[in-house]
Design a protein around this ligand. Structure first.
Ligand code: FEO
Length: 133
């Protein structure tokens, strides 16, 4: 079973943002599978780098939409994005080098942050504006 299961409640009612969120869930699930299956450190670094670069790409897409359509609360939303990217970069080496308990804490953090951010911050930002692009 996947570490994070995509469910319809995650939809922010914007197809572009929903598809990007699904890709983020997929990357975190692949990272989790890699740890569970004891993939090589090189493979884990590749997936972690993909998570960082795709997260940045996704946040830029959201921020561009917020700017284009003048959504309220952009500064605070953007701050949450910046803090998350910094946290993921900080976690990278810890995850690769630490013991099983710490690795699981890292995955719990990723899962909780992403689902909480989608269900609260992203939904509040996008659901009232329809499927804009
Ligand atoms: Fe989908 Fe605000 O990140």
């Amino acid at each position: 079973m996947a570490f994070i299961l995509w469910r319809s409640a995650f939809s922010v009612e914007n197809r572009l943002i929903d598809s990007q969120h699904q890709k983020l869930v997929d990357i975190i699930n692949r990272l989790y599978d890699g740890i569970s299956q004891r993939s090589t450190e090189l493979k884990m670094q590749e997936i972690f780098n993909e998570l960082i670069s795709y997260t940045r790409y996704h946040f830029e897409a959201e921020e561009s939409l917020m700017l284009k359509h003048g959504y309220a609360g952009m500064a605070q939303h953007k701050k949450a994005h910046t803090e998350f990217v910094n946290k993921v970069k900080e976690l990278k080496l810890n995850t690769l080098l630490s013991d099983e308990k710490v690795k699981m804490e890292v995955f719990k953090f990723l899962k909780n942050w992403l689902t909480d951010h989608i269900l609260n911050t992203d939904k509040n930002t996008f659901k009232t504006h329809g499927d804009v692009s």
